[in-house]
Design a protein around this ligand. Structure first.
Ligand SMILES: [Zn+2]
Length: 133
């Protein structure tokens, strides 16, 4: 995996939520990939998904949370399905040359761009509100 903090490919250690946050953590059995050089960590992709390639640092991890905060709202409020959200983001970010996944983002600049585009998508989705005449 590519460690954003070390800026190099590393062979990650597999650790649990308890290893990182302690035994009282709600997702203590969840698996994380941890960089053996600097200790930064990233989530594992779901079993039916291709693995993530990036270990984010603290700043990028916070960026992921900002982006997902906006994108999750879109499908939770049924403005779009989750698949539609990811499809639109793939178009906006990469011109559909690759799939979009927040946790594939490798740099803070790219995360800022994704956040900006996510907010535009949200604006578009929420502007289609029915108004009573
Ligand atoms: Zn590292």
């Amino acid at each position: 995996m590519f460690c954003v903090n070390c800026q190099t490919d590393v062979e990650p250690e597999t650790v649990t939520g308890a290893d990182i946050y302690g035994p009282r953590f709600a997702f203590k059995d969840a698996l994380y990939a941890r960089c053996p050089r600097c200790g930064n960590y990233g989530e594992f992709a779901a079993k039916d998904e291709p693995p993530y390639k990036v270990i984010p640092d603290f700043r990028l991890r916070r960026g992921y949370n900002y982006i997902d905060g906006v994108l999750d709202l879109l499908w939770r409020q049924k403005k779009m399905t989750k698949a539609e959200v990811l499809y639109r983001m793939a178009g906006l970010m990469y011109g559909h040359e690759r799939a979009y996944r927040t946790r594939d983002i490798e740099s803070y600049d790219e995360a800022c761009r994704a956040y900006r585009l996510a907010k535009e998508l949200k604006k578009e989705a929420f502007s289609h509100v029915q108004t009573v005449a």
